[in-house]
Write a protein that binds this ligand. Structure first.
Ligand code: NAD
Length: 357
């Protein structure tokens, strides 16, 4: 069963839980806004369902409220930051503000961010840069649990390592490509498991390495493994994310048998570029326009109404969910109010806020 919440009321409820975990009001608001935005865009895997995990991480000491990124190098075009295990929603925002400011001044900024807690939807960070007319490219690793098997391997060795590319476009909303390099995001398997649904073939293997459609193998022990998208191609991107997001940022790579810790650390390698300063702005605008017009003239394949570019499905979902509300399944909601219990925040208070009272 699902309950529908308005974005505003759900934000208030989540904000109250994060604040009860020790965050200043501004941070609690940022975390709640970020998670609810992921739900609004249709990425429930990175929405309010993350809260129980965050609260467990706070209680364990693996996620530290009220942190700010610390610069270990800042030459203007090179910026190295330590995320100090702080909430990715505020660390990521401050880190991107710094990179954007430097890219506007110098034409580009390569920013490494290690040791941040979960950065959520990586597209959120590219959106900050494209809103300023900048290109934004991200490679991210995940220090949490090994969940994805290498191409040719049968056991999990690394995380869902997302990549994201945001490009501002003339006369229309940006191209926003943002996905996990696993065939499906870990959180989507959690959502499928909570809803009692199967996942399509080609996403998962069981603990013996056999193909399976049961999401439990990604959510509860005994664990199997997820597969990378596109066989050796997605696998290669996942390794690039580990090398750039994990090793080069100094945040660390995944090379452990297992971890019982609840914290999810991300390392993010980012390139922010000002296309206006390359001297090709006129050609960029003309050629991007010509290509997109050409692309959209493709005849729709069976089952499709039209060709879309990355970013469009999320904007369509935002429109729908802003109108109809955000669905949260019963298991996820129970986990959220249980997180409030752990902080001695009355669940009746959380439920009243979520109803808009
Ligand atoms: P996904 O498989 O839903 O793919 C989303 C991308 O594909 C978007 O860019 C979307 O616009 C594009 N897309 C979808 N349908 C399309 C169509 N018909 N035509 C053109 N483009 C289309 O994404 P995912 O792998 O499930 O990842 C979901 C989110 O999880 C992402 O925001 C990612 O950053 C996030 N994530 C975060 C972490 C972390 O540790 N912080 C780890 C993994 C994933």
């Amino acid at each position: 069963m699902e309950t529908f919440f308005t974005a505003q009321a759900l934000t208030r409820a989540i904000e109250a839980i994060v604040a009860a975990g020790g965050s200043e009001p501004a941070e609690a608001r940022l975390v709640a806004d970020n998670l609810v935005t992921a739900n609004l865009l249709g990425h429930d895997s990175h929405g309010v369902g993350m809260i129980p995990r965050y609260i467990d991480a706070v209680l364990e000491g693996g996620l530290l409220p009220n942190q700010h990124p610390k610069a270990t190098l800042d030459t203007g075009t090179l910026l190295a930051l330590d995320g100090c295990k702080g909430y990715g929603q505020s660390i990521g925002r401050e880190a991107m503000q710094m990179a954007i400011e430097r890219a506007k001044h110098s034409g580009c900024c390569i920013m490494t961010l290690g040791n941040s807690h979960h950065l959520g939807r990586i597209g959120h960070w590219a959106e900050m840069a494209v809103a300023e007319g900048l290109v934004s490219i991200h490679f991210v690793n995940v220090i949490s649990h090994a969940r994805v098997a290498p191409h040719g391997g049968r056991d999990a060795r690394f995380g869902t390592n997302p990549c994201c590319i945001g490009v501002p476009l003339p006369g229309e909303p940006p191209f926003l490509l943002d996905y996990a390099t696993s065939a499906v995001a870990q959180g989507k398997l959690r959502v499928a498991h909570n809803k009692g649904e199967k996942v399509p073939p080609g996403r998962l293997i069981d603990p013996e390495g056999n193909p399976t459609t049961d999401p439990r193998y990604a959510v509860v022990p005994p664990f199997g493994a997820m597969l990378a998208f596109g066989e050796h191609k997605g696998y290669g991107m996942a390794i690039a994310s580990e090398l750039l997001g994990g090793a080069l940022t100094g945040g660390g790579t995944w090379h452990y048998e297992e971890s019982s810790k609840q914290r999810v650390l991300n390392g993010m390698f980012t390139i922010v570029l000002d296309p206006r300063q390359l001297g090709t702005a006129a050609a960029f605008e003309r050629e991007a326009r010509l290509f997109l017009d050409w692309l959209r003239k493709s005849r729709p394949a069976p089952g499709f109404d039209r060709v879309r570019i990355a970013g469009e499905p999320e904007r369509e979902m935002r429109e729908r969910r802003s109108r109809d509300g955000i669905p949260v399944d019963e298991a996820t909601w129970n986990e959220i109010v249980t997180a409030a219990d752990k902080l001695e925040l009355a669940r009746s208070r959380v439920e009243a806020l979520a109803r808009g009272e």
